[in-house]
Design a protein around this ligand. Sequence first.
Ligand code: PHE
Length: 343
Amino acid sequence: MGFSDKIESLVDAIERASAKNLEEAEQFRIKYLGSKGVFKDLFNEFKEVSSEEKRQFGQKLNQLKSRAEGRLTEWKSSLGEAEISGPQLDLTRPGMTVEPGAKHPISLIRDEIIEIFHAIGFSVAEGPEIEDDWHNFSALNFPPEHPARDMQDTFFIKDPNGGDDHVLRTHTSSVQVRTMENNEPPIRIIAPGRVFRNEAVSARSHCIFHQIEGLYIDEGVTFADMKQTLEYFAIAFFGKSKIRLRPSYFPFTEPSAEMDVYWGLENELDYRITKGTGWLEVMGCGMVDPAVLTSCGIDPEKYSGFAFGMGLERSAMQRFQIPDIRMIFENDVRFLKQFQSAL
Ligand code: PHE
């Protein structure tokens, strides 16, 4: 068949072609316009024909190809619409249900504690999770080589360019430094956030957890103010009004204490929660060390204050009876769903 006959028969074939559905349209595309299709062959052949024939057929060939493409586009749009607006559209079908999300147990506890302190004038402060040595340690009175730096099982981040190394913050106390550096007293903040310690993961401890830090700095703030504030918290959060302060040690507070809440020993659960003592350990606290105030640019002759810090996981586990801390971080929907009612 000569070149001109081929073109004539192709004109016919393209005009006669039809597609009943998208699949047939696709077959048409492959047959005529595909990379091994009829047009490909024809254009290859076209390269070889005499220049006279080129003049004669060139334009025709191009028009024919556009015609084939045009038909294909028409089929696709009309068939595509038909498939969508066809019998599948059933206006009586019930809508899709959208399940409301649930707050994570850690968020529930965090928000509750924020609310409790908000009511007595504390506002929320935040800081970065990747900290420099100054904010996580030095400004908080941890001297270089102090064993307390190891005590906190720090994750160090090496700077490949030889700059200062950083750490994943080991506590939210870094936020108290940042707040004091950038604000004038009176300061009343709580700093909730994620912290990191290089500890073996088990049912009771994790290398990631959450803390809330509190800080109050003003003229004439005393240990009695701290005790009163913590007692207010114990009543609001645990519904328990008996607390005790045991002497403790933190580099950044002096004196330092651990606060326990008297839980009672009425049933087996109380025994388990308090390890048989009736007392629940709640948080570390103390009067901000004058050296820390000085490091942060606050005059310790004029101002004093207290700080406290507590873990959120332990409270969440006790409140919601979560037996294993790892559940808090696994994001298993079956676990998370259970807190829906707590919304
Ligand atoms: N930063 C301490 C810790 O991580 C807790 C703390 C905060 C203690 C503030 C005293 C004052 O254990």
